[in-house]
Design a protein around this ligand. Structure first.
Ligand SMILES: Cc1ncc(C[n+]2csc(CCOP(=O)(O)OP(=O)(O)O)c2C)c(N)n1
Ligand SMILES: [Mg+2]
Length: 661
């Protein structure tokens, strides 16, 4: 068996060669952490390179995603199908799975997409939560794994780290083990430039176990991992390393962080480390030893399969991991909502829908960032998920919007659970970097975002979303729903649960009447927009509204019809879905208006930016292009002119001025 240093040097060689070939990338981190990664992947990590998706594998997250060559080298060396050596040679080239930063949709073995510093570790917290939760249901026989993270100075400096570490300590996630690449270097130079805190003490204060080791000595790292595994708190292992280790003239400096070492330095490193003279070359005995390491878990994997096959829970376990939720709750819910009628806030409608959903889909895990009573996210039967009961299905995330969102990404990508979590819509800003990663990674996370407009009233402009809906709609791969009443709320929930992509539900604080008081057995919200009420008089106007403004649009339509001006009311709960409809459907709902025969009017209590997409440049856009006001909701709506009377006047004036017939 070759010694650990030679195994580690294969990682170093591939990393510096790939970065050199791409003339782009980050050799320093993989070269510094090669020994620690060797300890982890040859002795501790439970995985089977032949089946990267084995559900009870340990999860490994390279939070310091810029060091992507570390994981690409490990996956190749241990014998994953991808990346191949050829793909490593094409590091960072168009179409190669060895992308600049590790992307979960490119390579099995890359559990989450990392690169935005701090989020990998924060997602790992969610993975560790999901593991304990599933363990509570299925026991050690089926679910019994660790979550390992490699994090750099950057990951530990980011603000989200405070949220993630606090949450993990509170939940006593003892199977979460973070290896910190303590190389005292970031891009700008020494960490002395910007950090004086005692990182270990901070973790200890949050209820973590900490241990230190020489990160350049695989034995030492292995010993530290043993200690971490034995401790029932989450662990931070401080690995003292040297960035770019092995590059004799550049190691220990920021010069190795994010640039090719250069031909001469690569040659010098080959001599220093005793590597093969040729690039991308791994000696046979080293490759064989790595491949052996990649098969280490095969026996444990086979035993696990046997246990699964013999388990009474096999079907339930597989169904839960497949994650196709039951939607039989929807039709009876809609029928009852229509017969009950009445006025109810969509946040409350969401809670009512969740009562049905949480009973029908036992895989949901709800939560809120300290706004449970406002977001209406907790249904009656849900018990808190805490260290005394990991089987609980409700997480009190505390005031940690970003940490919550990142943890939900981790839970979703772990598999087996469908996380949903709430805060105020305006605070999607606090969670936004993680929402973006939900979308990029196709993590099935449902954001329950209440208090979705000036309709929240007295809390005023700090709390009233203006640009939020449109800015979220601008994000690719994210469905933004703004339902108008209880029926649409239930429909949107069903769509979010069925989707493989993340969703945002924007919900009101204020009560709304039932506007979809008819039922044709179809989920109309699935169309993204539909004709809620057709014009009676000859159609001259199409009012397009979302959420709480649909009620107002109906009031405007009444007045227009009274004046002999026919008006359709289109409810548009999800612009992304509407955009995906066939041309003839979109044309039917929003016919071409260039001839000025039909005026299209958008009504949404937020920015008008972007609504010309649906009104056309000749249309009228009703909204709010400034910050809100502190006032009761009714007064705020009146102040901004978003009432049936005021909109009616504007529509009629606009038609006169612009020469509509
Ligand atoms: C949120 C975020 N901010 C900034 C960056 C750009 N960036 C990439 S690596 C890095 C420095 C990280 O330092 P460290 O974690 O110590 O990595 P090392 O230099 O030791 O490899 C920065 C600022 C990023 N990727 N993500
Ligand atoms: Mg560093």
């Amino acid at each position: 068996m070759p010694d650990d240093r030679r195994l580690a040097n294969a990682i170093r060689a591939l990393s510096m060669d790939a970065v050199e070939a791409a003339n782009s990338g980050h050799p320093g981190m993989p070269m510094g952490m090669a020994d620690a990664a060797t300890a982890l992947f040859t002795r501790h990590l439970k995985y089977d390179a032949a089946d990267p998706k084995w559900p009870d594998r340990d999860r490994f997250i390279l939070s310091a995603g810029h060091g992507s060559m570390l994981i690409y080298a490990l996956l190749y060396l241990t014998g994953y199908e991808h990346p191949t050596l050829d793909e490593i040679k094409r590091f960072r080239k168009l179409g190669s799975p060895t992308a600049g930063h590790p992307e979960n949709f490119e390579l099995a073995g890359v559990e989450v997409t990392t690169g935005p510093l701090g989020q990998g570790l924060a997602m790992a917290v969610g993975m560790a939560i999901a593991e304990r939760h599933l363990n509570a249901t299925y026991g050690d026989d089926l679910v019994d794994h660790h979550t390992y993270v490699i994090a750099g100075d950057g990951c530990l400096m980011e603000g989200v780290n405070h949220e993630a570490v606090g949450l993990a300590g509170h939940l006593k996630l003892g199977r979460l083990i973070v290896l910190w690449d303590d190389n005292r270097i970031t891009i700008d130079g020494s960490t002395d430039l910007s950090r004086t805190e005692d990182v270990l003490a901070r973790h200890q204060a949050c209820g973590w176990h900490t241990v230190e080791c020489d990160g350049l000595d695989a034995d030492e790292v292995g010993r530290a991992i043993d200690e971490a595994k034995a401790d029932d708190r989450p662990s931070l292992i401080r690995c003292r390393t040297i960035i770019g280790y092995g590059a004799p003239n550049k190691q220990g400096t920021a010069a190795t962080h994010g640039a090719a070492l250069g031909k001469d330095e690569v040659e010098a490193a080959r001599t220093e480390l005793g590597l093969e003279p040729k690039e991308f070359t791994v000696p046979d005995d080293i490759l064989q030893a790595w491949r052996e390491a990649g098969r280490r878990g095969a026996a444990a994997h086979a035993e696990w399969r046997k246990r699964l096959d013999g388990s009474d829970n096999k079907q339930a376990f597989e169904a839960q991991l497949a994650g196709k939720p039951d939607d039989s709750w929807l039709r009876p819910f809609v029928e009852k909502a229509i017969s009950d009628g009445g006025s109810v806030a969509t946040r409350k409608s969401s809670e009512l829908a969740l009562e049905a959903i949480n009973a029908a889909v036992p895989w949901t895990i709800g939560g809120s960032a300290d706004l449970t009573g406002s977001n209406n996210t907790k249904t009656k039967a849900l018990q808190p998920l805490d260290p005394s009961n990991y089987g609980g299905r409700y997480i009190y995330y505390g005031i940690r919007e970003f940490g919550m969102a990142a943890a939900m990404n981790g839970m979703a990508l772990h598999g087996g659970v469908i996380p949903y979590g709430g805060t105020f819509l305006v605070f999607t800003d606090y969670a936004r970097p993680a929402i973006r990663l939900s979308a990029l990674q196709k993590a099935k996370v449902i954001y329950v975002m209440t208090h979705d407009s000036i309709g929240l009233g007295e809390d005023g402009p700090t709390h009233q979303p203006i640009e939020h809906l449109q800015s979220l709609r601008a994000m690719p791969g994210l469905d933004v729903y703004r339902p108008a009443d209880i029926v649409e709320t239930a429909e949107c929930w069903a769509l979010a649960l069925a989707s493989e992509e993340p969703s945002v539900l924007a919900l009101t604080r204020q009560n709304l009447p039932l506007v979809r008081d008819w039922d044709e057995g179809e989920n109309f919200s699935a169309r993204g927009a539909y004709r809620l009420r057709a014009a009676s008089e000859p159609r001259k106007v199409i009012l397009i509204a979302t959420g709480s403004e649909v009620e107002i649009a109906l009031g405007v339509a009444d007045k227009l019809e009274d004046a002999g001006i026919g008006a359709d009311v289109v409810s548009m709960p999800c612009t992304e879905r509407f955009d995906a409809q066939p041309q003839d459907y979109r044309e039917d709902i929003l016919p071409d208006v260039s001839n000025r025969e039909i005026l299209r009017v958008s009504i949404e209590a937020g920015t008008t930016f972007g609504w010309e997409r649906y009104t056309g440049l000749h249309g009228l856009r009703i909204g709010i292009d400034r910050f809100g006001v502190s006032a009761p909701a009714k007064d705020a709506y009146d102040y901004f002119g978003i009432t049936p009377d005021k909109i009616y006047d504007r529509v009629v004036d606009f038609m006169k001025q612009r020469g509509f017939q």
